[in-house]
Design a protein around this ligand. Structure first.
Ligand SMILES: *Cc1c(COP(=O)(O)O)cnc(C)c1O
Length: 430
């Protein structure tokens, strides 16, 4: 496989952007080698600047649940663009996308659109603080919520501690407002509330943590968080930027049947265009400007082209069979790989939910927290990853990244994908 053109483009990019990229993980830092410059996507496939073809499981990191260049989304974008790209005034497209979401989601009554998941989370946190009049936020190690200052925080030493910044440029006074706890540790959550009783505004969690491996949580843990927040008058924020519209139209909230106080959305919501959103009850959302005291705004928020793309995408998810069919396809991929793993006796696990999967080089029956991931396994992952690429399989370049199956993947493509995974496991483990 030649990667000469990508390599040249990357050299040029390094003279333009820090590390040659506009988002760090794209630089292939953890797997080494040349990041592929992608030039075209169609259905489940992408092509790079050297003409190599890949079956894609990155899906732009989750948004492309319908695959690349979905015809209806493409038509909607072109249709919208013909009438101008942005007005900064209310538009019909905003109403339509909001109607579609709120009309098909039991747990939210009002929504506000922003332009990224980070922005959605940042605004949701401000809303929780503004509404409760409290300052502190509880987050979990292994959950990612975008590059919001006060959430770029990792656990300090000790069980219940204020966080330490995981990025330069974040003042200690910010991280002092964030409490970081291990996933699946309800006692630590209770301890935190005892210690900071009336100053905890919210617990934020990815109900299906999928940014640091796939750390599937026990429903009991999520329900316990709901109970504690209700008892303590704190807000439960489900960050559904990945899980929203991915595991069901109502996301993880619907799947676990838990009503959070605020839901953040992103990725799939924009049909591949930059859209995020936060949503809640009418009462809570009335705190947002211009109605209430919590300020929030955006020049390009509710952009008509992006809204039209989102609507065209989400409409296709509403059929009764959409999610069951996605899960069935994904399960076939998973079972084909696991049969091979069992036959060979590899210490490999493949976790999945809906159309998300993650391969872990581990023999733990379950991995529910970040600490349970063996960092040494990433050395094996590197070999595995390059074998995937070389055989025409594309996925995010890190062993902590999950894979996404799209509606565009055919059974034949998934069978081919399973074959490539299996031969890459052989390569990495023999
Ligand atoms: C991707 C992601 C974000 C950040 O969204 P951006 O659009 O990249 O800013 C936040 N939370 C979760 C759970 C995500 O997966």
């Amino acid at each position: 496989m030649s990667t000469e053109n990508s390599a040249q483009l990357f050299e040029k990019a390094k003279t333009l952007f820090p590390g040659g990229v506009n988002s760090p993980v794209r630089a292939f830092g953890s797997v080494g080698g040349t990041p592929r410059f992608l030039t075209k996507g169609q259905g489940s496939k992408v092509w790079d600047a050297d003409g190599n073809e890949y079956i894609d499981f990155c899906g732009s990191w989750g948004p492309l649940i319908l695959g690349h260049a979905n015809q209806k989304v493409e038509d909607a974008i072109i249709g919208a663009v013909r009438n101008g790209t942005s007005f900064g005034a209310p538009s019909v497209q905003e109403n339509e996308l909001a109607d579609l979401i709120l009309g098909n989601h039991r747990f939210v009554e009002r929504i506000r659109f922003v332009s990224s998941g980070t922005e959605a989370v940042m605004s949701a946190i401000r809303l929780a603080r503004g509404y409760t009049g409290r300052n502190k936020i509880i987050k979990f190690e292994g959950c990612y919520h975008g590059h919001v200052d006060s959430l770029l925080v990792k656990a300090g030493s000790g069980l219940v501690t204020l966080g330490e910044s995981s990025s330069a440029g974040v003042p200690k006074s910010y991280t002092d407002e964030t409490i970081v706890i291990a996933l699946n540790d309800i006692e630590a959550v209770k301890d935190a509330f005892e210690r900071f009783k009336d100053d905890i505004a919210a617990i934020i969690i990815e109900p299906i943590p999928a940014n640091n491996g796939l750390l599937l949580q026990d429903g009991k843990f999520l329900r316990a968080l709901r109970e504690i927040c209700s008892d303590e008058n704190a807000m439960l924020i489900f960050d559904e930027v990945i899980s929203g519209f991915r595991v069901g139209f109502e996301g993880a909230s619907g799947l676990y049947d838990i009503k959070p106080d605020i839901i953040t959305l992103g990725k799939i919501i924009g049909g591949g265009m930059p859209v995020g959103a936060f949503a809640s009850s009418e009462k809570i959302m009335n705190s947002i400007s211009p109605l209430g005291p919590v300020y929030q705004a955006g020049t390009l928020s509710g952009n008509p082209v992006a809204m039209a793309a989102g609507k065209a995408a989400l409409e296709q998810l509403l059929g009764d069979d959409f999610y069951p069919a996605m899960e069935k396809k994904t399960q076939k991929l998973v079972s084909t790989v696991l049969e091979h793993v069992e036959e060979k006796g590899y210490k490999v696990k493949m976790f999945s939910i809906g159309s998300i999967y993650w391969i872990a080089f581990s023999d733990r029956p379950s991995i529910r927290s970040a600490q349970e991931i063996d960092p040494e396994s990433m050395n094996i992952y590197r070999i595995f990853y390059h074998s995937l690429l070389e055989n025409g399989f594309y996925i995010g370049p890190s062993g902590y990244e999950v894979g996404f199956v799209s509606a565009a993947h055919t059974e034949e493509e998934l069978a081919e994908a399973a074959r490539i995974i299996n031969l890459s496991l052989d390569k990495a483990l023999s």
